[in-house]
Design a protein around this ligand. Structure first.
Ligand code: ADE
Length: 371
């Protein structure tokens, strides 16, 4: 016989009559809310959970860890404190504010959605799940998060953290990467989540997934308020749940990255306006590996500049969701920046042009050269 505290009542579960999934999920509400009250981390977007702030934080947090998001969030809020400022920001400034966070379409969609909010909703972020879902870049998770955290509506927000917690509590062996599984959990929570304190509930679920039922490594079950209700823990299945079907391997692309410098200026170029890292800036690069001699020959014969030196900078790797870039880099001193590139100074590189993280391994070296 196992006892669970459920909204002040004790829920008794016996081996002979286990709780149904609905009963089990209703039983997590009480312990989850009490735990959140005493364990929630103090985070900038929680101080005043106003819709705009919740929205921006949730979009930033989609692919990035809390600690990494904090400085971006502070900078973004200072630069663009409300929907109007976001709707009116110049694209290049927006990309610069987002530089390093990755998935740049998230930022472009933020601006698009801000335009719609200005135009169709008089500058007020809409409250309901259904209205939020119509906005560019807002899917079921973000719509649920904004509506429940900022407006107190009892709608679920199921992200990777919540999928992990729920699949373990319910002992679900389904593939959590499938949309149908996420939808199923959303439907269950819609039925079972509390009608009050929805902000604490949504954030509590996410918080348990982030700091107790952790994404990498062993879950801290001894700290978990849901331990006595968790079937995966009870049956020793924490290593196999959550289940994720193996993904197909990423495509590998080999590149040579050139830091071309000439009298304190460096060469950059704008990427095409479609596809991976669209419209961002990058260092010149080729779609295959080049030796130092080949780099010299390419720049002298095809780009008509005089190469003074070519220094190998070693290899670097960047992993995108479907592609990996395997790069080798060279620092090249030339008599002039080849005409097809933009010639930029250190200050401009720092303040104006957004260079994606994929080039991070070489960026610092260039900054030193331009100092
Ligand atoms: N990850 C996603 N959303 C979050 C939130 N609101 N607080 C902490 N971590 C999160």
């Amino acid at each position: 016989m196992i006892n669970h505290l459920y909204e002040g009542l004790q829920v008794l579960e016996s081996e002979a009559k286990p709780l149904s999934p609905i009963e089990r999920l209703k039983a997590i509400n009480g312990p989850l809310l009490s735990w959140y009250d005493s364990h929630a981390r103090v985070l900038p977007w929680r101080e005043t959970p106003e819709a705009y702030r919740v929205w921006i934080s949730e979009i930033m947090l989609q692919q990035t860890r809390v600690e990494a998001v904090k400085p971006y969030y502070a900078r973004f809020m200072e630069a663009l404190p409300d929907v109007k400022a976001l709707a009116e920001v110049e694209d290049e400034r927006l990309m610069k504010l987002w530089e390093g966070l990755g998935y740049y379409n998230r930022a472009r969609n933020l601006k698009k959605a801000a335009g719609v909010i200005m135009y169709d909703y008089g500058g007020q972020v809409p409250e309901t799940y259904e209205e939020l879902l119509k906005l560019p870049g807002i899917g079921s998770y973000t719509a649920g998060a904004i509506s429940s955290i900022a407006f107190g509506h009892p709608v679920p927000a199921v992200d990777g953290n919540v999928l992990r917690v729920l699949s373990r509590v319910l002992e679900s062996h389904e593939d959590i990467l499938k949309q149908s599984v996420k939808k199923h959990f959303e439907e269950l929570l819609r039925e079972t989540m509390p009608k009050e304190r929805t902000s604490a509930f949504t954030q509590g679920m996410i918080e348990i997934g982030a700091i107790v039922c952790v994404p990498n490594g062993k879950p801290k079950c001894e700290e978990c308020p849901l331990e006595s209700l968790c079937l995966a823990e009870r049956h020793g299945l924490l290593d196999s749940i959550p289940y994720k079907a193996p993904k197909k391997p990423r495509k590998i692309e080999e590149k040579t990255v050139l830091l071309i410098c000439s009298s304190k200026k460096a060469a950059i170029r704008k990427r095409p306006d479609q596809g991976l890292l669209a419209s961002l800036y990058e260092f010149p690069n080729t779609d295959h590996y080049l030796t130092a001699d080949e780099v010299r020959e390419y720049l002298e014969k095809e780009q008509g500049v005089t190469v003074e030196s070519v220094e190998p900078l070693g290899n670097a790797k960047h992993i995108f969701s479907h592609v990996e870039w395997h790069m080798n880099g060279y620092l090249v001193q030339t008599d002039q920046i080849p005409g097809q590139y933009l010639a930029v100074e250190r200050q401009e590189l720092q303040n104006r042009y957004a260079i994606p993280n994929a080039f991070q391994a070489y960026y610092q070296k260039l900054m030193e050269m331009l100092a």
